[in-house]
Write a protein that binds this ligand. Structure first.
Ligand SMILES: [Mg+2]
Length: 302
């Protein structure tokens, strides 16, 4: 019998006691016993998982919820021998959708077997914060920082689209410089450093050649600030034609990527923020590098 630590956040995950009980019941049907870690503040799971792992015989951690709680679990488990399992719940399940993790509790639990264990890369920001999917800078951060929890719960995916359009119309882009190692340098108004192929939705393949097992991070930069160019690039993502556009730069790297503001006088507070795995959790300047084979995780085959 395996034992898992079931981690969830009642506030951001909107998870009821009944949903938790149901999950525990389903886990036990698969011969998995569960200890629960109920959190209600962002960051709590990340801090408390390591303490619990030190004391009891936990075989793996299960993150139940959206991309936020998964990011916290990832930060607690990076370079440890304890695997991560995912049970999608709530609004944003970008990672689960990209990787084909079933959205039903029963089916997601069926993945928690040795033969589904994989070792994948993560990204690391400023040598201290890991991301599973991506970090980015640009108008998307403005949208993400303005969506509050109530709006997110009520409108779900529509909230992201509405706030995205709003940010697109109101956001005054600030130019950043993206440096690779000592010599390579790019400039742009939007930049994503991606571990996975898509951004937010499996259809939006912003970095179509990305793999979570190649030791590289994929970088996509929009060089122009005008709204026409932005709109064309965003639409282009859905057919992946954007990577051939003149004002889009796309490459893969295992180098350190530094992002900083181009002109410090333009340092408006909002524009300096960056998002990690869908939450606004850090700010410029950042230095990002791949963390090769940093996470053990249960994933579907293929
Ligand atoms: Mg990669």
């Amino acid at each position: 019998m395996m034992k898992t630590l079931l981690v969830y956040n009642t506030l951001t995950g909107n998870i009821s006691e009944r949903a938790v009980e149901n999950t525990i019941k389903n886990l036990s049907k698969s011969n998995i016993s569960a200890e629960t870690l109920k959190t209600s503040v962002v960051g709590e799971a990340k801090d408390r998982i390591p303490e619990i792992l030190n004391s009891n015989g936990i075989d793996f951690v299960t993150a139940m919820g959206g991309d936020g709680i998964i990011n916290e679990a990832v930060n607690a488990l990076a370079y440890k021998d304890i695997p991560l399992g995912i049970i999608p719940h709530g609004t944003t399940n970008a990672f689960a959708r990209e990787k084909g993790i079933p959205l039903s509790v029963k089916k997601a639990i069926r993945l928690f077997k040795k033969e589904n264990l994989k070792t994948i890369d993560l990204g690391l920001i400023n040598d201290k914060q890991y991301f599973l999917m991506m970090c980015s800078y640009g108008f998307d951060v403005k949208a993400l920082s303005e969506i509050n929890l109530m709006v997110k719960r009520k409108l779900k995916i529509i909230a992201y689209i509405l706030y995205g359009i709003r940010a697109f119309l109101l956001h005054k882009p600030v130019k950043v410089v993206i440096k690779l190692g000592k010599f390579e340098k790019y400039e742009g108004y939007f930049c994503i450093i991606n571990n996975v192929k898509s951004y937010g939705n499996p259809l939006a393949k912003i970095t179509p050649h990305a793999s979570t097992e190649d030791g590289f991070l994929d970088v996509c930069i929009f060089r122009n600030s005008n709204k026409f160019s932005f709109l064309r690039n965003v639409i282009g993502i859905f057919t992946t034609r954007h990577i051939d556009f003149d004002d889009v730069i796309y490459f893969q790297t295992n180098n350190r990527v530094k992002i900083n503001i181009k002109d410090k006088k333009e340092g408006i507070k909002d524009n300096l923020k960056i998002q990690l795995d869908g939450d606004v959790l850090s700010s410029l300047p950042i230095e990002v590098k791949p963390a090769k084979s940093a996470l053990k995780i249960f994933l579907p085959k293929g």
